[in-house]
Design a protein around this ligand. Structure first.
Ligand code: DC
Length: 449
């Protein structure tokens, strides 16, 4: 079940040579989304026309062919995608220039596009996904939560295509020139953007990124940040939650210079946000650092602390009794996770006495094992100094930092027996939290691990 109503779609459009495939693959990989190259579908159909000797101008022939067209994608053990046309693997055959030109010609027909769009939408209903193509944001997924339009100077695009082509087919070095590719790119751009049905164009809400002077990693990073914001919008916080969220966030920013790192690691769906526990401040700090509504458990005494008690109630906290192994607590947590929600958990069980990470208790691994959900590791720094255990009141200022790490997927533990899985879950979570601490202490360079 998905946490936020439906699956998240990232639509990436743009002409060829703008880095669409590399970027879309990178984004999908970082988010654990499926990646769908819609150009490959048009290429597959173009290949089929070549195989059956149907001219791209023969509309009746193409109509007949589209009826018989069967398209499938298979992923091999190293994660590479294979494209199948009526059972035949055509992955390498569809990347040649002849097919590029042919696919642009056959994609002008409304009946071809309708057949493709139907397949694309069917894939989009199944999981969080990154779709790349020409009309993803305008036609196929007009409601996509995040739309990106990539561009680059034609010369840069031709250079990229040339390098890519020689890498795949070194023999072409003597027969193909960069100028020729540039001409073909310009011709194809013209065809793709002037056709009457679903022409290549930027959707109104799409964010334009010019990739001429940046590398793929930089573009991926930018899209991940935009994705985190899109998630925030899609999450639609309840009005009271939103109000407390922004108030607490502003206070923490003003008085404690709150800094948040790694929100690009967020994606829809259930997860346990597993954090070190140093202070009463931790739950509200982590809650308002997340780009969507999250839930957490809090010991009953916390609900009696003036102001904080009310604040955490609105921020989706659920009271637990002193007994941490309470079966009722587990039921509440499992239910929240099954509903696709995210839950903050402090696997150490209690607040640290000296600021260091204590051994993790079994509760976290048991829950992950039962709910089969992902873990989002978090390290919170500065809350111990701001309000340590035993201090009756918090300090009024300080510096707090909250770092989200890469998700630990349930699939890592799938197939292990219960005891082994639980041990591995605990170990991996502890290592991840410590790696985030280390990253912060070494100067917080780049993305958190
Ligand atoms: O992205 P690509 O170069 O592999 O796409 C090949 C052709 O397919 C492109 O010239 C136009 C067509 N196409 C399309 O019309 N709509 C899409 N969504 C994707 C590709």
């Amino acid at each position: 079940m998905n946490g936020i109503d439906s699956f998240m779609i990232i639509a990436i459009d743009g002409p060829s040579g703008t880095g669409k495939s590399t970027v879309a693959k990178g984004v999908a990989q970082r988010l654990g989304y499926i990646y769908f190259d819609t150009g490959a579908m048009y290429r597959c159909f173009a290949y089929k026309t070549l195989l059956e000797k149907i001219e791209p101008t023969d509309e009746a022939g193409l109509r007949r062919l589209i009826e018989q067209f069967q398209f499938d994608i298979q992923t091999d053990p190293v994660g590479e995608k294979h494209y199948l046309v009526n059972g035949l693997d055509v992955t390498n055959k569809i990347r040649v220039q002849e097919i590029s030109n042919l696919s642009s010609q056959i994609s002008i027909y409304p009946f071809v596009r309708q057949a493709m769009v139907k397949i694309q939408r069917r894939f989009g209903q199944q999981r969080n996904a990154v779709f790349e193509g020409r009309d993803m944001g305008t036609v196929v997924f007009p409601d996509a939560e995040l739309k990106i339009f990539l561009t680059a100077r034609p010369q840069v695009r031709a250079e990229r295509r040339y390098r890519e082509l020689l890498l795949k087919f070194p023999d072409l070095a003597n027969t193909v020139s960069e100028e020729q590719i540039l001409r073909e790119i310009e011709e194809r751009d013209c065809k793709d953007s002037t056709r009457t049905v679903s022409p290549l164009r930027q959707a109104k809400e799409a964010i334009l990124i010019d990739t001429s002077d940046c590398n793929a990693d930089e573009v991926v990073q930018r899209i991940l940040e935009l994705h985190a914001h899109a998630l925030q919008k899609k999450g639609r916080m309840k009005p009271a939650y939103r109000c407390v969220y922004w108030t607490v966030r502003t206070i923490l920013k003003l008085f404690y210079r709150l800094r948040i790192y790694g929100i690009s690691h967020f994606r829809p769906g259930s997860a346990i946000i597993a954090a070190n526990h140093a202070s009463f401040f931790d739950p509200p700090v982590i809650s308002v650092s997340c780009p969507e509504e999250v839930h957490f458990l809090a010991r009953e005494p916390l609900f009696r602390v003036p102001i904080l008690g009310r604040v955490i109630r609105i921020l989706n906290s659920h009271p637990v009794s002193r007994d941490a192994s309470d079966a009722h607590t587990f039921r509440v947590l499992i239910q929240l996770l099954q509903e696709g929600k995210k839950v903050i958990l402090f696997p150490e069980g209690s607040r640290t006495l000296d600021g260091g990470l204590q051994p993790l208790e079994k509760g976290l691994s048991f829950l992950v094992y039962k709910a089969r959900c992902a873990i989002l590791p978090v390290y919170v720094d500065g809350t111990f100094r701001a309000w340590k255990r035993g201090a009756p009141f918090p300090k009024l200022w300080g510096r707090i930092r909250c770092v989200f790490g890469s998700p630990i997927e349930w699939e890592e533990f799938e197939g292990l027996d219960k005891r082994e899985a639980m041990e591995r879950i605990t170990q991996r979570t502890e290592q991840s939290i410590l790696a985030l601490k280390d990253w912060l202490e070494k100067g917080a360079q780049g993305e958190p691990p």
